[in-house]
Design a protein around this ligand. Structure first.
Ligand code: AMP
Length: 424
């Protein structure tokens, strides 16, 4: 039965789907809407936001029922599991991690997608993050790119959507995911489409640099999940193409990167339009002070889960070599490196500046190296084309600014990354 069938004609029938799927509906709603000042309590500094809570209907956000196998884990076993998988947790009443997909109690339609994807076991962030997210509490997740964090927040989001009343005409999304770049947003959307398909959850991706028409049409048709970069979303809100009144599940992905890119004012503007009793999931690869400060203002009584060390930026599996050379030696050193490693695999060269990217690309091409470049001054169409040439191996060398630092969605073996920094 589709989620639409199950709900038709009966405003409360949306609950049926969830109880069919094994979720008992451990209702989190205690009759009171969390006030804006209670978010301030976590911070102690942010002035209370004036939000009109009148007319906000209660919603369900706690779907977690601990399986008997998980409940039977002793404290020592839990501690051992977390140590082995480098999981550190903070917060009140932290749930135990789960060992297997079955233990989390996802509904069958989600489990089927996991089986189809061929996944064997939850990644560390999923093992600990899923029970936290399904409990309906706010969550800070510090995890490396590639750790499986997208599904750590998307699968609970799908469960969340399926427990809410269906969208009425004019409703905005139920789940909003904010991401720093178009590349990451598209990658998230692909996962949302794959894992949301079986419950007919619609999603769209809202990002700049492309015509607004198709995005506006998607929004007007009604979508449960919106994945957006902040600037274009504000555009859409200001022109009344969507609204955030139905958002009850908010994800900020790569918050550190969004702050680096100067999105803080836009993020504040967006979050101020979302009901304060939402569930907020705040993801970052690193945990500098600014990222923590914003978390304190947006989250209420959160869990925090760190995979590996909070200072960590790169994956453990990556060997890193550092060469310190003078500015004048840099190009020759680069060519020497290319001669050593060029074997048909892809080589990504990061540069500080767009101008540097263009200069080095031109020079490499003149010297016969098949190189293309991607940076913020290139049009979206050109960026797409360059990426596809790179992925296909037609141009195996790509220079880039940090527009390509994360979220390229590459799954190519033998991948080398060179960073040409200005100075140390
Ligand atoms: P992310 O860190 O979210 O960018 O995920 C990196 C990749 O891991 C994506 O291609 C996911 O589809 C994949 N992935 C997510 N969860 C799992 C899992 N439990 N087992 C294997 N691969 C996974």
């Amino acid at each position: 039965m589709s989620r639409y069938d199950s709900r038709s004609g009966d405003p409360t029938s949306y609950r049926d789907r969830r109880s069919d799927s094994g979720f008992g509906g451990a209702s989190a709603y205690d009759g009171s809407v969390r006030s804006s000042s209670s978010r301030r309590d976590y911070d102690g500094a942010e002035p209370p936001r004036k939000l009109d809570l009148d007319g906000l209907t209660p919603f369900e956000k706690n779907f977690y029922i601990e399986s008997p196998l998980v409940a039977a884990m002793s404290d020592a076993e839990v501690e051992d599991y977390r140590r082995r998988r480098e999981i550190t947790v903070e917060g009140r009443d932290v749930p135990k991690p789960v060992n297997s997909f079955r233990d989390i109690g996802f509904p069958d339609y989600v489990l089927q997608e996991i089986t189809k994807a061929g996944f064997v076991e939850p990644t560390a962030i999923q093992a600990q993050g899923w029970p936290m997210a399904l409990k309906g509490r706010d969550l800070i997740g510090i995890a490396e790119t590639g750790s499986g964090k997208t599904l750590a927040y998307l699968l609970p989001a799908i469960v969340h959507v399926n427990a809410q009343p269906i969208l009425a005409p004019g409703d905005g999304p139920i789940v909003l995911v904010l991401a720093p770049t178009r590349e990451l947003a598209v990658q998230i959307q692909q996962e949302a489409a794959k894992f949301g398909a079986s419950s007919r959850i619609k999603n769209t991706c809202i990002y700049g640099g492309v015509p607004k028409g198709p995005q506006v049409r998607d929004l007007q048709k009604g979508v449960e999940i919106v994945i957006a970069t902040p600037g274009r979303l504000i555009d859409m809100l200001e022109s009344n193409h969507t609204n955030l009144r139905r958002v009850t599940y908010l994800v900020l992905d790569e918050a550190d990167r969004m702050l680096d890119m100067g999105f803080e004012p836009q993020i504040r503007k967006i979050v101020s339009q979302i009901r304060p009793d939402r569930q907020t999931l705040y993801w970052s690869a690193t945990w500098p002070k600014e990222v923590e400060q914003l978390a304190r203002q947006f989250l209420y009584n959160p869990y925090k889960v760190v995979i590996g060390s909070a200072d960590l930026k790169a994956n453990h599996a990556i060997r890193q070599h550092v060469n310190i050379v003078s500015e004048s030696q840099k190009y020759n050193k680069l060519v020497k490196l290319l001669e050593d490693i060029m074997d048909g695999s892809r080589i990504l060269i990061f540069m500080d500046t767009k101008k540097g990217c263009d200069q080095i690309t031109r020079q490499l091409r003149m010297d016969g190296w098949p190189t293309l470049s991607i940076h913020g001054d290139k049009s979206q169409a050109e960026r797409d084309w360059v990426l596809s040439e790179f992925k296909a191996g037609k141009s195996p060398i790509m220079t880039a600014t940090d527009v390509a630092a994360r979220g390229l969605g590459m799954h190519i073996p033998l991948f080398s990354i060179l960073c040409l920094c200005c100075s140390f």
